[in-house]
Write a protein that binds this ligand. Structure first.
Ligand code: COA
Length: 373
């Protein structure tokens, strides 16, 4: 008999600091004016290009983002700096990714009615890991007093959903009994706050989900009916930061060591890819797209999500069918679809069906179909 698995708890954690589009653009535009003044001679000689200002109206229209939570406001809003202040911590202090993961995990564990020691598998997954080793997941395991084993993994913006596949398999196979999946995304650290095309995209957040076999799940948990993952190589969303950068000192601080993308191309390619992937998966489970009560989609761009939902349903989605959290959180990478799930699930009745889907760098897509118990 197949063992069924359910999401029994979900938690999120965000920093208290919030930055609006207006504040962000004021700092960015001050930096642009300063840079243009500094390079005036080179610009006049045609050796440098005049930088253009950013606008809050463009940001909201192009992305749906109005605010983002960030670890540090001061550094981002300082035109002399344009990088957040996130001081290194000594090795005997909890790392920031561990701190954020633990805060989200505590909420998820409380909802599941569990303690740290009840967990025997932790996967920490995000788009940028803070260090090479020891795994931050093992630090989280230690902080929570969990047993079993823990490890880190990274699949860009699909880092919250790919581990759902792995943990579901582990629980079914019996190699773990209760799993905690955590996604600390300190996106402000890898965003290029001086890049007009992308300076507004990211926000910081952490998410966590607890997975258990359905026989031990509480009422109201979300049974996993199916998980499907895919990947196909693309360089359109990229970050070349890595441990080999120091071996080429002349290039180690180039902008490609931060997030960069061909945003329009990503938009055009991901919309049909994600929509058909979701459709094929739910149809393979014998479910008609209209029977899905809620689509918790990856939160990168509001126009993109509207189009994906429209392609799935063959009509525009109502806001409650595919809720968006971009306005308040920005793009929090892998945390986005789980934040949407966390904030927009309490009203669903027993038997309601939902889809959690992430898509992003790689490209990578993972789709999780759930039913409320
Ligand atoms: N302020 C004002 N204008 C801006 C601007 C800014 N910050 N950034 C770009 N523009 C201008 C461009 O110069 C361009 O002007 P033009 O038409 O005169 O040439 C115009 O706005 C459109 O630029 P474009 O880059 O085509 O915008 P877009 O509508 O594609 O929106 C993104 C940009 C990034 C919001 C959008 O492409 C996107 O979200 N793509 C998906 C990205 C994604 O999912 N990535 C995954 C990340 S993890």
């Amino acid at each position: 008999m197949t063992t069924n698995v359910a999401i029994t708890g979900c938690g999120i954690h965000t920093p208290d600091n919030v930055v609006s589009n207006e504040e962000l653009c004021a700092a960015f535009n001050a930096w642009v004016r300063r840079e243009n003044d500094r390079r005036a001679d080179a610009i006049a000689a045609g050796e440098a290009t005049l930088l253009e200002e950013s606008s809050p109206a463009f940001i909201e229209k192009a992305s749906g983002i109005r605010f983002r939570h960030v670890v540090d406001r001061e550094g981002i809003l300082d035109p002399e700096r344009m990088v957040p202040y996130i001081p290194e911590r000594p090795d005997d202090e909890m790392s920031i990714q561990c701190e954020y993961a633990v805060a989200a995990a505590k909420e998820a564990l409380a909802e599941a009615g569990l303690r740290g020691q009840d967990i025997d598998l932790i996967i920490l997954a995000n788009s940028s890991l803070q260090r090479a080793y020891p795994a931050v997941a093992i630090e989280v395991q230690h902080a929570l007093g969990a047993g079993g084993y823990a490890y880190d993994m990274s699949v860009g913006c699909s880092s919250a959903t790919f581990p759902i596949q792995i943990a579901t398999d582990a629980l079914r196979a019996g190699s773990a009994t209760r799993a905690l999946l955590v996604n600390p995304e300190i996106m402000s650290g890898h965003a290029n706050w001086t890049d007009r095309d992308s300076h507004f995209i990211f926000g910081d957040a952490a998410t966590a989900v607890v997975l258990e076999r359905t026989e031990s799940a509480r009422p109201g948990a979300f049974e996993i009916l199916g998980v499907r993952c895919m990947s196909t190589y693309s360089s359109n969303i990229r970050n070349n930061f890595g441990y080999l950068n120091r071996c080429d000192p002349e290039r180690r601080n180039d902008p490609d060591k931060l997030f960069y993308q061909a945003g329009r191309r990503v938009f055009k390619e991901i919309v049909p890819l994600a929509a058909s992937f979701i459709l094929e998966h739910i149809r393979a489970l014998g479910i008609d797209p209209e029977r899905i009560d809620r689509y918790w989609l990856h939160q990168a761009n509001s126009n993109m999500n509207s189009l994906i939902a429209r392609r799935i349903l063959g009509r525009p989605a109502e806001s409650h069918e595919a809720p968006q959290v971009l306005g308040e959180y920005g793009n929090t990478a892998s945390a986005g679809s789980i934040i949407a799930f966390h904030d927009h699930r309490s009203d669903l009745e027993s038997g309601a069906l939902g889809v959690i889907c992430s898509f992003g760098a790689g490209y990578s897509i993972a789709n999780v179909v759930v039913r409320r118990q």
